[in-house]
Write a protein that binds this ligand. Sequence first.
Ligand code: ADP
Ligand code: 5GP
Length: 188
Amino acid sequence: MNKVIIFSAPSGSGKTTVVNHLLSVMPELGFSVSATTRKPRPHEVNGREYYFLEESDFRKKIENNEFLEHEEVYRGILYGTLKSEVQRLWEQGKTVIFDVDVAGGLRIKKEFGENALSIFLRPPSIEVLMDRLRKRSTEVEHQLQMRIEKAQLELQFENQYDVVLINDQLEETLAKAEHIVRNFIQSE
Ligand code: ADP
Ligand code: 5GP
């Protein structure tokens, strides 16, 4: 049975940290590399963190129905999950793991139903979230503001997820995430 794991959370909640940990300890997982029109951050590599596309190319793929879901996550910045990405990973026998925003996560859950486990990663508070985002220092101030506004909206959707995981102490979060994901993969 082809399974998928969805991690969604407001930006800065720790998705990348948790998903990278899971990928490093569970070789049976394969990361779904999304497409985006945002510019790469230092150290990000095309085809590893994202497929970095020009907006015109992204829009062509929308027209060709190549996306499982796509979203203007932030004003003027598009993100999307390619159908080909899920096929590629399933063909390798992997369980697919997604790091997507809350709307995208709900859409993917709807698509895969029982074969999907949707996990909402929540920061202990909005203040902690702001602090983590500032310390990450990857966004300029107006982008930070955009992310925090969106976070406040997204936090209202946690009850539509299969599991809510609060990311307070990182080591504890990583252990819990691993336990939840292993249980799901082993279940019938
Ligand atoms: P996301 O992918 O959800 O945007 P990141 O994984 O980039 O979030 O995490 C945001 C920042 O918070 C990073 O700098 C990360 O190192 C830090 N971080 C993640 N989890 C914790 C935690 N439990 N305690 C403290 N800092 C954390
Ligand atoms: P970042 O720019 O910080 O890498 O990601 C911004 C947000 O976009 C995150 O919440 C991330 O989960 C979300 N995101 C990344 N890829 C996709 C995708 O394919 N679809 C959707 N809907 N959201 C995505």
